[in-house]
Design a protein around this ligand. Sequence first.
Ligand SMILES: [Fe+2]
Ligand SMILES: [Fe+2]
Length: 375
Amino acid sequence: MADGNITKDVMYEAVAPDDFEAMLELDRYGNRSTAFDKIISATHDHFWDPLDKKYIDFDEPFDMENEMLVPEDFVPAMSTDYVSNALSDHKTRVRFVNQSTLRTFSSILHGEQGALNLSASLCHVLKDQGAQEYAANQTREEARHVTAFAKYIKVRWGRPVECGPTLKALLVDIIGSPEVYKKIVGMQMLVEGLAMGAFATFFNNINDPLGKKLLQLVMTDEAFHHKFGKIWADRTIPHLSPEEHVIIEDWAASCFQNLLFNLVGPMQQKDLYEEFGLDPAKVVEEYGKIMTDEKRREGMKEQTNIFRVLIKTLLNAGIITDRTRAFYAMYVDMDELKGEGDGMVGDAIAEDGIRYLQEINFKDRAARPVLIAAE
Ligand SMILES: [Fe+2]
Ligand SMILES: [Fe+2]
């Protein structure tokens, strides 16, 4: 069947966003898919509340004036002679690194708001009650992420910065789009995959214990969201017609490119450079000189490298074919990636986090095994 949603499994059947009447069909109530039950019931194990100090305490201080939140080499511009020489004073360097980190956390906050609205929009289009319950549950979890990141930004910097135009355009597109495949590939597979990769990288490098705890708690939820995308792909990709495969493969590549640009597009930080009296055009020029293709690939080899996670997600899902393989091969060694199996970066951090939450949530109950199950 060739509908705009590219539905291959009845549990992803969808209606137009404004067609509530379709939800009142009597037969629908008797047909609830069980595919998401494990993810839905696991939510109790990893429950947390950003407003409850039992889980996380946003009053924990950090010396923003003298300490860098992340190591200097997290801010690529710092590795150019131009920026490094201009910002010679230690406190200025600290401020630059921490202001650059604000850009990252602001992107995360806007991404979380996007995830909240996206999962709410899935409730309106997906017809299956199990899929709807999953989406409602994710909406609730994304809402606590928005609360938590907004609080973190408030205590460390006071206020977030604007959403970058490429990320904003992607979020607006997938939230407003009636097509289920666009929503799931764009958000569940790519933005969620990007989040898992970015959170794992930051978790391993952030110097602020509060930020570290926050990232881990969020990851206990995100690991499951990413699995929702995997279930969809397992049930959809093998059944696509060649024409449908082209549509999905191209959509994935365009989302990937947008996310890549949002994260590393040098002009995305223009206002930061100006704030520190730097010439943005010169930063970009210098950055281009040191950022050779070889260096970029070298960085991608790191297991937790953010885009590596994304490419692996698309590759394991069977979305990437020879048509777009060369595009991704600019960033990673595709054969090496294929041989890695499908364990996801960040799952181990999330599992530790769930154990921590189980101890708080079920103090009086015997420990239960932790499993981030897809189905
Ligand atoms: Fe989230
Ligand atoms: Fe999420």
